[in-house]
Design a protein around this ligand. Structure first.
Ligand code: MG
Length: 248
């Protein structure tokens, strides 16, 4: 099932199974949109996460691209909830930066509050999966020496187009980024260094994960810059395509 939120031409917000400020486990899944309804809505971010916990350097191909060793533990950082935008919304290029990159990532949406989860039980706490673009001001990342500013601008966390709840194995999915239609990243989640379940284990031993929180699982090789007017599409097998455009 695909769950998310949309807005109709009359301005009504139409949840299809999930609203962030509701307890979405109690939401009736039969309210999913039909194809006809989908054609009249603009999709909103499928969830408004309390936090996004992101993982740096979690694909073998990206580690070798950067000339870096495979990390022994996940490298974590946070993206603020205020960086979230939905499908078709604009990524705003900050004037402070002159290099803004796309990063295609599998987003894991937490379905139940959890703490100190064993990897073997992690699946029980996952609502589903979405496409995420970990937009990064690469020059500021290098300049600052830590990543908060570079990762946190408003609009730097496009998510969507919805949450896929029926993915059995998140470690066999093709993942792509296309810039103006040209494939820039093309990998598979089988190249993840730390699995989705290992990440939930590791992160939940540090901080409580609440329903709606998102784990951004890292990006494969092929990262690169975007320019004003560019269209960036993130596609993950079994989920869909998340499209955004870069503006001033
Ligand atoms: Mg990233």
């Amino acid at each position: 099932m695909k769950i998310g939120r949309g807005i109709t031409s009359s301005g009504a917000v139409v949840p299809f199974a999930a609203v962030a400020d509701d307890d979405f486990r109690t939401y009736d899944p039969v309210t999913r949109l039909t194809g006809e309804q989908l054609s009249v809505v603009r999709l909103l971010p499928p969830v408004l996460p309390g936090k996004i916990v992101a993982v740096g350097l979690n694909y073998r191909d990206h580690a070798s691209e950067m000339g870096l060793e495979i990390p022994k533990e996940p490298i974590l950082f946070l993206k603020p909830s205020t960086s979230v935008i939905g499908p078709q919304e604009a990524i705003v290029y900050p004037s402070q930066s002159s290099r803004v990159d796309y990063e295609a990532e599998l987003g894991v949406v937490i379905g139940r509050t959890c703490k100190d989860v064993d990897a073997r039980d992690a699946k029980d706490y996952i609502l589903g999966y979405t496409c995420l673009n970990d937009v990064t001001a690469r020059d500021l990342q290098a300049k600052d020496g830590q990543w908060t500013r570079a990762k946190s601008f408003d609009t730097f966390a496009p998510i969507g187009p919805w949450i896929a709840t029926d993915i059995e194995d998140p470690h066999t999915l093709s993942i792509q980024a296309r810039l103006n239609g040209e494939t820039k990243q093309s990998s598979n989640t089988s190249n993840l260094i730390f699995t989705v379940y290992e990440l939930i284990d590791f992160i939940s031993h540090i901080m409580t994960l609440r329903e709606g929180d998102i784990i951004a699982t890292g990006t494969p090789s092929g990262i690169g810059p975007m320019s004003l007017g560019d269209e960036i599409a993130i596609e993950i097998e079994g989920i869909g395509v998340l499209v955004n455009r870069v503006t001033k």
